[in-house]
Design a protein around this ligand. Sequence first.
Ligand SMILES: Cc1cc2nc3c(=O)[nH]c(=O)nc-3n(C[C@H](O)[C@H](O)[C@H](O)COP(=O)(O)OP(=O)(O)OC[C@H]3O[C@@H](n4cnc5c(N)ncnc54)[C@H](O)[C@@H]3O)c2cc1C
Ligand code: SF4
Length: 338
Amino acid sequence: MMRLPYFMFRAPRTVQEAAELLVSGEAMLVAGGTDLLPNMKRRQQVPRTLVGLRRVAELRGMSNGDELTIGAGVTLSEIVRSEQVRARYAGLWQAASQVATPHLRNMGTIGGNLCLDTRCNYYDQNYEWRKAIDFCMKKDGATCWVATSSPKCLAVSSTDTAPALIALGAEVTLTSATAARRIAVTALFHDDGMRYLTRRPDEILTSVHVPRLDGWRSTYWKLRRRGSFDFPVLSVAAAVRSAADGTIADARIVLGAVASQPIVAAGAASALVGAPLTDIQIALAANRASVPARPMDNTDFTLHWRKRMVNAFVTYALSELRGDDMRSVRYRIARQLL
Ligand SMILES: Cc1cc2nc3c(=O)[nH]c(=O)nc-3n(C[C@H](O)[C@H](O)[C@H](O)COP(=O)(O)OP(=O)(O)OC[C@H]3O[C@@H](n4cnc5c(N)ncnc54)[C@H](O)[C@@H]3O)c2cc1C
Ligand code: SF4
């Protein structure tokens, strides 16, 4: 049995108190703990102090005005239960509902999901396994075993909600003991498996803001080994807005799990604008979307197959946004019948 290392636990009641506890630089935040605690058991992350966020009431609410504001401590189950999210932000609803299992979604929060550690076959192992290969650059070692000449870690961004939120044009608020700043979700990430967040260690992700998005439709498609639960090895979030004449006025396509950060496939989205969602336009966008996808050989399935699947999954996503009935395709994917 893997045991947690010793650590101090602090349970602040306000964002200000929590932020002050981060100033020393030795503490880490824990929300649901569904990612961090297993990582601590594997000694991938060994903070001396954990700052628990579950008692911070300011982080718990969802409110709707000019935009939807979701507190970072809102659980994924609460998001899945929200009729409003389901009706207005289908892509976010689909992403949240495909994270892990119901038990983990009951504990896991949207803030923790956005700040989820990057993943790699050489890193997501217990201490003894990692020691046997002399560790790797991300923790305790010097070499990247995925690409030994790589100067940076290539671990994979595996958050489901980040691509969906980027496709919706969402922003997050980051709060420290002295200031708060608001940035686009896309600006929260670096393409570096070790320094994958632009969030400073003394900042708390306090809320997520999703614009009203009148007239937009969105969706999320996820490739994983087991349909019941698994991290994504490829995901596609897409959102489109149609003009009155039925042509596409605006589009966004975002790929997950094919790099150390979510990838905005801007070239693919621009191929859709100004035309209706015909099979030809969809094929053009799907071809372009695979260009920026650079899956590495450090997660499930072969990288060549995952790269090929980008085209297929963008096609599924855009066909669904056109109004095609894609339930049988979703069913086949969930049962590995691809
Ligand atoms: C078996 C299993 C399957 C899983 N499958 C998936 C999956 O399919 N898709 C997926 O996306 N995830 C998956 N996860 C990971 C995890 O359950 C979710 O990502 C969950 O949403 C994490 O949220 P949390 O609140 O538990 O985060 P925690 O574990 O508490 O924290 C995760 C990270 O975020 C930081 N953090 C937490 N809250 C904040 C905040 N407010 N501000 C700044 N930093 C913060 C923590 O310091 C830590 O680094 C899985 C986990 C397990 C164990
Ligand atoms: S990509 Fe390389 S450095 Fe990063 S976790 Fe994997 S083996 Fe380690």
